[in-house]
Each structure stands twice: as structure tokens, then as C-alpha cells.
Ligand binder design. Structure first.
Ligand code: ARG
Length: 572
């Protein structure tokens, strides 16, 4: 049990003891939630506000605080002092250090994990790329937030299903086949991959401006895909393979994986059921030839289900997909990691699920995120300011390699470390802020080894590893925890002890950045400790304690980085 829970438990006991008649006293969990960290450590490590108890106890808050502090005899945990209606706690620093280190070192890299998920399933829809489009940095957030949340939920004992809901349906694919038949060759497309497909698609639009009949030809090819025409399907599936082959390289670099690639076309034969159901439940109305679900009552525009020509839409496929996922995986939660621009789409289709009577609609969550710009410039295909992810990751590795060549010319496996550091810098930047905030990617910030960055945290981890390697050569006695009662060590211990709470909160709020923040704070606190106190010195019992703290720090940073999808090299 951690120190906060212990204090909360003791407060609960004291309340019962001092006020045996009182009704409606808070339970330990509630007390834990009420505990605050005072603005100033002089005032204590934690504070319990007594104001909320005044009614139940019919007593003024300062009096309650005084009563509790008078009877307080748990100095092995913390001493207590009443101040202005607060009960301020000063941790027993030695015990706090021993217990925190014990908890971390026992759990190792599992520190912070739990079995709260108890096998329940969370579906995560992330990355969800469109076929024949190149992966650019606008796709980074959905990919990395989703991947991180998957790891976080796994860590908390959930079963997770990572789904790449491919955008593999729509008239554009008919146009692409048409363009390929007219101007493409198999060899060029094989060679150029998605880039070549994009070129053909752009050409189609240029030519179609002069020659509008092309549009009909494109539509005809799409109709062929829909009707299962052999040639059309063969070409289309080939385009799909090419795209997946291109993106697989990026996913490999990022370490991102999926359990399912069931995309929009997967639901072709699952849509009739949804449409029939909507009709049976009297939810479908015809408006200007199209079939819609009216959402006027919900103050939203209608949800489009079928176009005039009977074609299904994005929302129709998402309805089918949600139902399929629920039937197949029995999820407790289905997360959609998609840009906030699609907010209306998700509100609409979640509402339609609700109207269909699916009570689990409440378990579907749009995990929205903001935009990413690059060096102050918004991305636009038209202006030619798109930054392709593959290029960005390549540059990141080159920049990292250059820095490593300068800083540690003798390092082994420089290329591997450069990959870990370069990619880590990119991922860190992406997950360094609350997800709804827009991000401006800047090289100087991402690669700043001294600032708040991926390399900085990785470097701190490598520093810990290096100290631990040296410590292995020493014959260390039982540790003396007294050397960990100084402010620097205590601040570090406090951050470490909070890590399990951070993981849980990151899951609850779908905010990987909370973990980014936590590992950064821990790295900074460790470095402050490191500069103030020699880790390895002649006092071996003290050294043993500082080494234990170093090991705990290393474990937590490593786990935290893992949870946000960043590797932690042992040498840098
Ligand atoms: N492919 C879509 C896009 O790029 C994102 C799909 C998100 N997932 C979903 N189930 N709608 O806009």
C-alpha cells in the first residue's frame, strides 16, 4: 500500500475513533481523493481539509482538525498538525523512502500495473489510414495516442484490440483504377508505390477538368469493384497491398502494431442488416432521395445513411463496424482516436446507436486530438507544405546520429541508438501535451538533449543504467535510508510513488501525455538529486540507498517510456 492510502486509512480510523456516533463519514477512497498537496513543503507533504466534515460532525473545521491532531499517534507514517481547518501531514521520510523503494523494486518493470481490467476488453480504433494516401505527420497523433492507450490498457489488465479501420472504400478508387488503366504501368506502380498512385490520381483530376466523361469512367470502375468484378478487385486489392506495404515500414519504425485491419470495405456485406434494422425501428426517413436519420431533437444535422443512388456512407460503415465490434469483442469500451474535426460525425453516429436501443453506445468514446503543424507552418497539400512521416523519421534518425557522433563517439550500435533516440524524439513531441491542444513540431525542441524532450528522458535513463553498471562492481551492504531524507530525494520519491495513480488517470482521461509529463518530472527530479548528491561514494550504506533510488528511477522511466511507445536505450 502506498503512503497516501495509508494516511487516508489512518484518517478514517481516527474519525471513527473520535466521532463514534457520527453518520455519513467518508470512506478511505473518498478521503484519499480529498487529500491535497500543500503549495509549500514547509506546510507539510499532504493536507486533509476538514471543511466537508463540518456538517456531519456538527463541528467547526478548525476544531475537527485539532481533535484529530491531538489524538494522532502514527508517527511511523507521518506526524500531523492542525492549521486553519486543515490537518497537515509531514511524512516520516525514512519510512516513506523505504516503503516506496520496496514497492518499486519488488514490482520491477511492472510497477504501476494492475489487474483492474480483469480481462475486460477495450477496442481501440487508431491510425485508420486511407488507401493510396501517403502517411504524413498529420497521421502521427492518431497512431501514437492509440498505440500508447493500447499499452496503457494492457498494463492495467485489459484485453485490448487495436484496429486499423482502413479507409478502403469510395469512388476515388474507381478513379484510380481508371487512371492506372490509361496512364500507368504495373512496373511503375510496383516501384513507386503510394507515391505513384497519388501521381495517377492527381493526373486523373487534371484530365477530368478537360474531359468530364472521365468521371463517368471512374464511377463505372468503382461500380465494378462494388459488383465484385474480378479485374477491378484484383487491381484494387493490389493498391491496398502496396499501401499497407509502404505503411508497414513506418509502423515498424514506430513499433506500432494492430490486431485487426478490418476497414470500411470489410463491412460491405454487413450493411444491409444495419439498414434493415434502422428501417424496422422507424429511424430512417427519406429526404431529397437520400435516407437519413433525423437528429433535429438532438440539435444536430441528420446522419446520412444512404445516398440517392443507394450507396452507403462513412457513417453507415461506422454503425456496422461498431455493432460488429460489440458482437465480436464484447467491449467495455470502444475508443476512436480521431482528429477533433470529426467530432460531429462521432456525436451523430453514437446518437444513432443510442436511438437504435444499444445501451452500450455510451461506451463508445471519441478520443479527439488537435492539429499538428511543422516549424510554425500548417500542412497543406496545395501549398506543398506536407511533411511525410517517412521523411521526418529519417531526418530524426540522422540528426540523432549526428549528435551521438559528437557526444559519444565510442558508443557501440550507434545506428540502433540513433533510431531509438530519433524516433523517440518525434513520439515524445507528439505526446507532450494534452491531446486536444495543437502541436507545433520544431526540431530544436524535439532534439534538445537538455530540455523537456524524449532524448533528455532517455539520457537520464541511460545515466541511471551507467551508474547501476558501476554499482554492480561494489559489494554493497544493507542500505541506510537516512541519506534519502533530503528534499531532492524526497521530491523524486514522491513523484515515483504517484506513478501508479498517473497511469490510472492517463487511462481514465485517455491522456498519454500525463505519462510523458510524469517521466519528464521524474527525470528532472533525478538529475537534481544527482547534481546535489554523489551517488557512488565511500559511504557504502548510503551508496546502497542512492543506488536503490537510481534503480527505482530507471525502472519507472523505462516503464513510462514504454507506455508512450518510446524505447529506452541503456547506453547513449
Ligand atoms: N480513415 C478516416 C480518416 O482518415 C479515419 C477513420 C477513423 N475511424 C473510424 N471508425 N471512423 O478520416
Amino acid at each position: 500500500m502506498d503512503m497516501i492510502s495509508k494516511i487516508a486509512g489512518l484518517i478514517g480510523e481516527e474519525l471513527k475513533k473520535n466521532f463514534p456516533e457520527a453518520q455519513g463519514l467518508p470512506d478511505t477512497e473518498t478521503i484519499r481523493g480529498l487529500l491535497e498537496v500543500p503549495p509549500d513543503t514547509e506546510m507539510g507533504d499532504y493536507a486533509f481539509p476538514c471543511f466537508r466534515l463540518a456538517k456531519a460532525l456538527r463541528m467547526a473545521p478548525p476544531k475537527i482538525a485539532q481533535t484529530l491532531s491531538d489524538g494522532w499517534q502514527h508517527e511511523e507514517t507521518a506526524s500531523a498538525k492542525a492549521v486553519n481547518g486543515y490537518l497537515n501531514f509531514f511524512l516520516n521520510r525514512v519510512n516513506f523512502a523505504t516503503q516506496t523503494l520496496d514497492a518499486v523494486l519488488k514490482a520491477g518493470e511492472n510497477y504501476g500495473s494492475s489487474d483492474e481490467g480483469n480481462g475486460k476488453t477495450v477496442c481501440l480504433d487508431y491510425s485508420s489510414i486511407n488507401i493510396a494516401k501517403r502517411f504524413h505527420i498529420g497521421h502521427l497523433s492518431t497512431t501514437m495516442i492509440g498505440h500508447s492507450l493500447k499499452r496503457i490498457y494492457d498494463f492495467l489488465g485489459y484485453r485490448t484490440v487495436g484496429i486499423n479501420h482502413l479507409g478502403d472504400w469510395g469512388t476515388q478508387f474507381g478513379k484510380m483504377i481508371c487512371a492506372f488503366k490509361k496512364w500507368g504501368t504495373e512496373a511503375e506502380v510496383e516501384q513507386g508505390g503510394v507515391e505513384e498512385l497519388t501521381r495517377l490520381y492527381v493526373r486523373f483530376h487534371e484530365e477530368a477538368e478537360k474531359n468530364p466523361e472521365l468521371e463517368d469512367e471512374g464511377r463505372a470502375w468503382f461500380k465494378k469493384i462494388e459488383d465484385g468484378d474480378e479485374e477491378a478487385l484484383r487491381i484494387f486489392n493490389w493498391f491496398k497491398d502496396l499501401t499497407l506495404r509502404d505503411t508497414a515500414r513506418i509502423y515498424d519504425l514506430l513499433g506500432v502494431t494492430f490486431d485487426s485491419y478490418a476497414g470500411e470495405s470489410f463491412y460491405n456485406d454487413k450493411m444491409d442488416r444495419v439498414i434493415d434494422e434502422l428501417r424496422e425501428k422507424n429511424l430512417l426517413t427519406v429526404s431529397e432521395g437520400a435516407s437519413i436519420v433525423d437528429l433535429t431533437e438532438d440539435k444536430m444535422p441528420p446522419c446520412l445513411i444512404l445516398k440517392k443512388d443507394g450507396a452507403t456512407l462513412y457513417a453507415t460503415r461506422d454503425l456496422a463496424a461498431a455493432i460488429y465490434r460489440h458482437d465480436t469483442y464484447h467491449f467495455t469500451k470502444c475508443l476512436y482516436v480521431v482528429a477533433y474535426q470529426q467530432d460531429l460525425h462521432f456525436r451523430q453516429f453514437f446518437r444513432v446507436l443510442e436511438k437504435m436501443g444499444y445501451e452500450w453506445a455510451k461506451d463508445c468514446v471519441h478520443v479527439a486530438f488537435g492539429m499538428i503543424s511543422f516549424e510554425g507552418e500548417t500542412l497543406s497539400t496545395r501549398k506543398g507544405t506536407v511533411v511525410y512521416l517517412e521523411d521526418l523519421l529519417k531526418q530524426a534518425q540522422e540528426k540523432a546520429l549526428k549528435i551521438i557522433e559528437e557526444k559519444s563517439p565510442n558508443l557501440e550500435n550507434k545506428e540502433t541508438v540513433a533510431r531509438q533516440v530519433g524516433i523517440g524524439a518525434v513520439i515524445y513531441t507528439d505526446l507532450s501535451n494534452s491531446r486536444i491542444k495543437d502541436i507545433d513540431f520544431r526540431w530544436d525542441r524535439a532534439m534538445n538533449f537538455d530540455g523537456e524532450s524524449g532524448p533528455y528522458v532517455q539520457y537520464t535513463h541511460a545515466r541511471c543504467c551507467s551508474l547501476l553498471r558501476k554499482a554492480e562492481e561494489l559489494d554493497l551492504p544493507q542500505m541506510n535510508p537516512e541519506v534519502l531524507t533530503n528534499d531532492e530525494a524526497q521530491q523524486l520519491l514522491r513523484l515515483i510513488s504517484r506513478f501508479p495513480d498517473v497511469v490510472r488517470e492517463a487511462a481514465d482521461k485517455y491522456e498519454p501525455f500525463m505519462i510523458t509529463r510524469a517521466v519528464t518530472d521524474i527525470a528532472q527530479a533525478y538529475n537534481r538529486f544527482y547534481y546535489e548528491h554523489r551517488i557512488l561514494d565511500d559511504d557504502l550504506a548510503g551508496t546502497a540507498a542512492r543506488v536503490a533510488l537510481t534503480k527505482a528511477t530507471k525502472n519507472v522511466i523505462r516503464t513510462g517510456l514504454y507506455l508512450i511507445g518510446i524505447e529506452a536505450p541503456e547506453r547513449m
